[in-house]
Write a protein that binds this ligand. Structure first.
Ligand code: NAP
Length: 280
């Protein structure tokens, strides 16, 4: 679809940006809802981020996404930070207000939870502890969201143990239990949810080495990695009949708030969107 001079504009800034699936995602929605708008990928090096963000109002952009490596720095550059982003210390979605102010938020946790609810209808936060593997940037958003949704205990296992300790101390000491890396399989006992937030299992990376022998039959397994869609963790979980939820849906759902703010339509996540993004 072509755009007019009145088109609504948004985009994504990253460095590099070629791998991002956000242009296909937003492009699919723009087409589907017949919106006069464009979503533009920009390669922005770290030392250009501030200038690029400050140019948004001048260029008539309604906002943008920021991705690797800009998420943390962007949190310090925006004029206003929504509570979710302040707690996580990272921004992935920016909106421009009519007076040119930039507001940063973080929708990764929202995307994670919506994907889990859509993919595992039987899962309830209060069902039991969650075992979270990894304590990087994405994990922080997921742990904060699981805490907010009422999960009674989060067992957090990270290769570098100090990071799990730090996250526990800064988010919620009483409900986050740091687990030594070598005890991660045992920590699956009694868990209602297991989440891989590491990059292990991604195409070109080793598989996550995690035995699920102790995981209860009714627990749900989910992975943030979505290339491949069926990761080694999800394969093992499915083979022992645990419900599984792949990571692509998180990417799709995290985009909803930004699209709604910039383009004025609440978009839907469905099979057609999944196929469009996978084909891209
Ligand atoms: P990050 O901040 O770099 O964190 C990476 C995590 O992986 C850390 O916990 C790290 O442990 C762990 N790790 C890396 N290599 C490891 C190894 N060989 N053995 C054990 N642990 C290892 O990255 P991130 O931004 O959190 O992203 C993590 C993954 O989530 C990536 O695959 C990313 O693509 C995916 N993701 C998906 C979505 C989605 O929408 N589905 C959204 C965001 C991120 P150490 O602390 O010990 O290094």
């Amino acid at each position: 679809m072509s755009v007019t001079g009145a088109a609504r504009l948004a985009g994504v800034m990253g460095w590099p940006i070629g791998h991002s699936r956000s242009p296909q995602l937003h492009g699919h929605w723009l087409e589907r809802y017949g919106i006069d708008g464009a979503y533009v990928p920009s390669t922005v090096p770290p030392d250009g981020l501030e200038k690029a963000l400050r140019a948004l109002p001048l260029l008539g952009f309604r906002g943008c996404n920021v991705t690797i490596p800009h998420k943390t720095v962007a949190a310090a550059l925006v004029d206003m930070l929504e509570p979710a982003a302040a707690r996580i210390g990272a921004v992935n979605t920016i909106t421009v207000s009519p007076d040119g102010q930039l507001t940063g938020t973080n929708t990764d946790g929202f995307g994670f939870l919506e994907n889990l609810k859509q993919g595992a209808a039987g899962w309830r936060a209060e069902d039991g502890p969650a075992l979270v593997i990894g304590a990087g940037g994405a994990a922080r958003a997921i742990v904060a969201t699981l805490l907010d949704s009422g999960v009674p205990e989060i067992r957090l296992a990270n290769r570098t143990g100090e990071k799990a300790q730090e996250m526990g101390a800064s988010l919620d000491k009483s409900r986050i239990v740091p687990i030594p890396w070598n005890d991660r399989a045992a920590a699956a006992a009694g868990a209602a949810l297991v989440v891989n937030t590491t990059s292990l299992g991604m195409t070109g990376q080793p598989a996550l080495d995690l035995s699920l022998a102790e995981l209860p039959a009714k627990a749900v397994a989910t992975d943030l990695v979505y290339a491949p869609l069926t990761t080694p963790l999800l394969l093992v979980a499915a083979a022992r009949s645990n419900a599984t939820v792949d990571g692509l849906g998180m990417l799709l759902h995290q985009a909803r708030p930004g699209f709604a703010a910039w383009f004025g339509v609440e978009p839907m996540v469905d099979t057609a969107l999944r196929q469009a993004v996978l084909a891209g």
